[in-house]
Each structure stands twice: as C-alpha cells, then as structure tokens.
Design a protein around this ligand. Sequence first.
Ligand code: NAG
Ligand code: NAG
Ligand code: NAG
Ligand code: NAG
Length: 495
Amino acid sequence: MRVTMATMSRNYNDAIDALNTLQTPYAVIEARRQAGLRPDAQSVKEMRAYLARIGYSSHDLDRLNILHVAGTKGKGSTCAFADSILAHYRKRHEIPKKSGLFISPHLIAVRERIRIDSKPISEELFAKYFFQVWDMLEKSRAAEDVVALGTKPIYARYLTLLSYHVFLQEGVDLAVYETGIGGEFDATNVVDRPVASAISTLGIDHVFVLGHTIEEIAWHKAGIMKSGSPAFTVEQAPSALRVLRERAVEKGVDLKVLNIDSRLKGVQIRPDADFQKKNATLAIALVETALSRLDRSFASSPEALPQEFVDGLEQVVWRGRCEIKLEGKVVWHLDGAHTVDSLNTAARWFSGQCVERTGPKALIFNQQGRPEAINFLEGLYNATKSAADGSSFQHVIFCSNITYAGSGYKKDFVNRQHDPEAVKRLTQQHAFAEKWALLDPSANISVCSSIEEAINRVRDVGNTVGEKETVQALITGSLHLVGGALAILEGDDAL
Ligand SMILES: *[C@@H]1O[C@H](CO)[C@@H](O)[C@H](O)[C@H]1NC(C)=O
Ligand SMILES: *[C@@H]1O[C@H](CO)[C@@H](O)[C@H](O)[C@H]1NC(C)=O
Ligand SMILES: *[C@@H]1O[C@H](CO)[C@@H](O)[C@H](O)[C@H]1NC(C)=O
Ligand SMILES: *[C@@H]1O[C@H](CO)[C@@H](O)[C@H](O)[C@H]1NC(C)=O
C-alpha cells in the first residue's frame, strides 16, 4: 500500500499509522496458507536488499557486536537476562558504551521492541528514524534488484530493519537480538558475524512456517549459528540436539551444550525453577563471550559470577510476567502466559498469592486466532480450583482483543492478522464461556467485547466486597491482553 508521506505530519502516531499499513491482512495470510507459501531463502535476500537500500551492508552490522538468540521457549527471558547483566556491567565499567535490545512482540507500545540501555527508545527518536528509513526505501536505488523499488518490507521485517538503523546511528556497540520466527529465514538473520548465538529450549511452534517435527524446527533455529562465532544451547530433546549438532558441524561452529551454570547457586532466579536457570545460563555464556571481546580487563572465573552478573540476573525486569498491581479494592495479577505449561505456572503463582487474602476471585482471559486455546481452560481451572467444593473463580470474563470500549485498539495494538469478523462476533469468547460453564457451573461467566469493559466489570465487583476483602483478579492468556490491560490500568503512557 502506498501512503504519501510528504503530505502527512511525522510524529510517533503517524509512524505507527504508516507501520500498520505494512501488516499483512488476514485475507492474504489465509490465501498464502492455502497456497502453502512460507518464508524461504528469498526472504533473507530481500532483507539484505532492503538493508542495502538504507545504506548498510551486513558488514556494518559487525559494529553492533550482536548476540543472537533463537528458540521456542525461553528466548525472551534469555534476552532479558543478557540485557540486564549488560546494564549492570555498563554502570560500573562503561562497557559496552551503549547496549541495544531488539525483541518481540511488544506489550504496550511498538517502541518497546527497540531498546537502548534497556529503555524503549523515545517516541521522537522512533518517529525520526522510522521516517528516515521510510524515505530511503522510497527513494533509493540500490544495486540489488531483489525487491522492487519503492516497496517496503512487512511489519516485523520493517521493525527489524529500523532497529539496525537506530542502533548504528545511536552508536550502540553491543546488541542482543531475538529472532521473530524460526532462524534460518528470519528477518534478523542478515547478521553474518554475531559475537555469539544461543538456542534456547526447542519445542513445536509455528508449524505452518517451520514444519511439524522437532527436527524441522531445530533445522530452522540452527540457522542463526555462524562459522567463526561460538554457539550455545541447553539440553534438548535428543532428536533436536542431533539436528543442531549436525548443522554445527556443517557450518564449522563450535556448539556448546550447557548444563545449568554451577555459579548460579545462591543467586535468586525468579521463578526459582531449573528451566529458568537454563535461560540464565545461556545469558551468562553470551555476555561472557561478548565482554571477553569488548573489555580487555574482563576475566570470568569458574568459581563465582561477577557481582554485576548476579545483580543483573536478580534484578531483571520483565513486564507482564508475574506482575501485581493494587488498585482500590482490586488486586490485579497479570501474566502474559499463552501456552499450557506457562498458564499452569501462572495459575499456581496466582493461587499462591491468594492464600493470605479474602474476597472473590476473578479471571479475565483472552486468546485470539488459536482455536486450540480452548484446551488451555481445563488446566487453568484445575490449578485454581478449591479442593473443598471445586469452585475456582467466582467471576470469569472472556473478552476480545480490542483494548478500549469506545475507540477500539490503541494504534500500537492494531493487528490485521486476525479474522475481523470472528473478533466482532466474539466467536471464540462464546466457545470459551460454554467450556468454562461445564468445568465450573457455579461461576458467573460473561463475555465482553473489549478489555476495558472486562476490567470495569471487575472494578464493579470490587465495589461490592466487604471491608477486609479485595477482589483477586488474574489477567492472562495472551501478551496482547496483558499489554492492553496495563495500558488501561496505568494510562496511555504506560511502558
Ligand atoms: C525459560 O526457558 C524454558 C525452557 O527452557 C521456558 O519454558 C520458560 O518459559 C522460560 N522462562 C520463562 C520465565 O518464561
Ligand atoms: C483436570 O483434572 C481432572 C480431574 O482431576 C483430570 O481428569 C484432567 O485430566 C485434568 N486436566 C488437565 C488439563 O490438567
Ligand atoms: C490478539 O491476540 C493474539 C493472541 O494472543 C495476538 O497474537 C494478537 O497480536 C492480538 N492482537 C490483535 C489486535 O488481534
Ligand atoms: C455476575 O457478575 C456481574 C458483574 O460481572 C453482576 O452484575 C451480576 O450480578 C453477577 N451475578 C451473580 C449471580 O453473581
């Protein structure tokens, strides 16, 4: 779609509007799915061509000293840990000078995906660089003609391209990159010489794009390993590990399979679980590799972690995960869990938090575009029901993906990739409601067309509780829901 930018003003909102025109509409995604089209080697060639159009070669990316992370589970926490360790190290040693972090999806605002020194870049900076990239793509003529002049990459790819421009212009000298989908053909895979790469725990995800078996998925994720750069992973299903090892040999990569770092003993990792310690282990290995290159005086000891590492790991901030907010008579518990396992963990965390409190419990749940999500509900119910009478939440609300009752989505949340009719008809929400009624006939179940209405309904319940009581509310099911809820609870500028 062409938008004539010359006539438009160019603030952050304009940038988000322009960005949203780059989303692939639901109908196109469906057509592609039916035709069996998926990203391939061509997609990476195109990314390289776009990179050239905005004036960079993949050689320029070497200045960013990239730590590249792929995986099915835990890549977000691995990146968050690495970034947090770097922040603490920088505070004391001024190395790196500036660190970058590129992650997805965003919780509240698009600019959360592109961070410098852990903070989302400002709206001004985002808008400035966004339109520089936009204009360069419209005007430039690069030698390569893999992509037609004047075209732009789709949403997530555009943001990846933008991140390179932002980081290079702002003098970032160490950047952590999380892949979007897969690895081999991911938009971030134009990095030829990362400082190191890490592959977190593999499982089955994005089967349409990556394939149905763990071997196929492992093949894709292994695509971020590059010869000349060390690579790390953790214990994996044997068939997945075999593929990772084969590809490492092909590429001449020294792949290390790490056990939980013994130096984590005594370090407070949240949640205190082995899986999270594996994520921390990967982060430590990545940062140690980077600092050995950037800081001559850095020496890692096999006995104990440097204090900056301990602080970084213990003080990592991860919004929308196990987050609690008090508001009048409601205690909000927010967790962006959206898989069977993580919902279980979230539900147990919530139940643990409720032990000391009295008053009704409420659930706000959303999932969009994944019909299989109906199977998430039983686990959630099981993990929260009382042993005495089988009741769990007194109030259960299934809402749509839409943020606000009146004005619809916050621009940062506009997503054209879901069937708009299904969202409007609340098809999935009604199916969830029927399922919950079977699980817990005593619950007061409702369906809402926006996140805001759902929140207001729980606030209303808060007005009816006794003096010593509070409503314990759990908001979970998708990051998008949690992001929308935080935007409402904290106001528009919440980040
Ligand atoms: C850490 O990694 C595991 C897999 O090893 C994953 O299941 C888990 O979700 C990750 N941690 C968090 C907090 O998500
Ligand atoms: C929930 O609990 C019931 C009864 O104990 C059990 O049959 C069922 O398999 C459990 N389901 C899940 C998803 O945990
Ligand atoms: C809706 O929810 C899904 C699944 O949680 C998410 O991927 C998507 O980005 C959300 N947003 C919109 C506007 O549909
Ligand atoms: C169910 O909850 C709604 C608010 O969410 C309230 O208006 C209604 O009275 C409740 N009904 C029962 C039976 O508790």
